[in-house]
Unconditional design. Sequence first.
Length: 318
Amino acid sequence: MIEISHLVKEYGGHRAVDDLSLTIEPGRIYGFLGPNGAGKSTTMNILTGYIGATSGTVTINGHDIFKEPEAARKCIGYLPEIPPVYEDMTVWEYLLFAAELKKVEKNKRIQYVEEAMELTHITEMENRLIRNLSKGYRQRVGLAQAVLSYPEIIILDEPTVGLDPKQIIEIRDLIRRLGEKHTVILSSHILSEVKEICDYIFIISQGKLVASDTTENLLHQVQGAQKIELLTDESSDAFLSILYEVPGVADVRVTDCEDMTSRILVSANDGLDIRKDVFKKIAGSGLSVLEMHSSGRTLEDIFLELTENKEEKGEIVL
């Protein structure tokens, strides 16, 4: 559906996008993940035809965005980080205006506007001035203009920035619904957002693609061997002696001792789930545990590993 090949964008000698190549297939929600300044928004602006590129190609449904911009843009609905709304218009006026800009057929404009409002749950706001709407509702109005005319691809740049927790949950639910009928590309630096919503993740750092995989595979790769962390007020030596007797335990070590308590980290051999056996062993020994929970590398860990000091470590690709 989208093919990006050796894309480069320079600003005064600075490379915001550096030889980026990737493929986006239909029927998924994609996450562009990276720290601020990684090149996510620049890539989005190139994809939507808002800015040009220094070199490289972008093909959308077979249309080169630089050679056939109008045909390529017809396939895309775009919500920038700051929704492009006119505050002096009502919601209805603005969406009708957006439908006209998108060259929707006259006899279908009212129908498409009504359906877009219904999809984004803003029908009751149709006669309100946009300036009087909350930030969450303005974001919904921006989403409504993005889905007008049913584009195959919807691109959302930081769609939940500045929203309160309730609004964030609502927008995420809406994005999931959009993903049922559209290919969605979502840029964010919020790890939990990408993890919860996206089927496939691209991690970008300093304008380069440093990782790409399905969310499930990426999480599986970063989590590695199972680890269990215990908090106890008993002697740590007693735990060390019994836990090594549990089948599948690879290592047991004390990680912290303070205020009459000890933290103990139990590592399993790759691919083994030792939680039940560890629990039974401790329960049978009569030792007390104040806390017990799984521990291990997270998406946050791999994100930091790939995006911090990348030049010193060398590029890492999963």
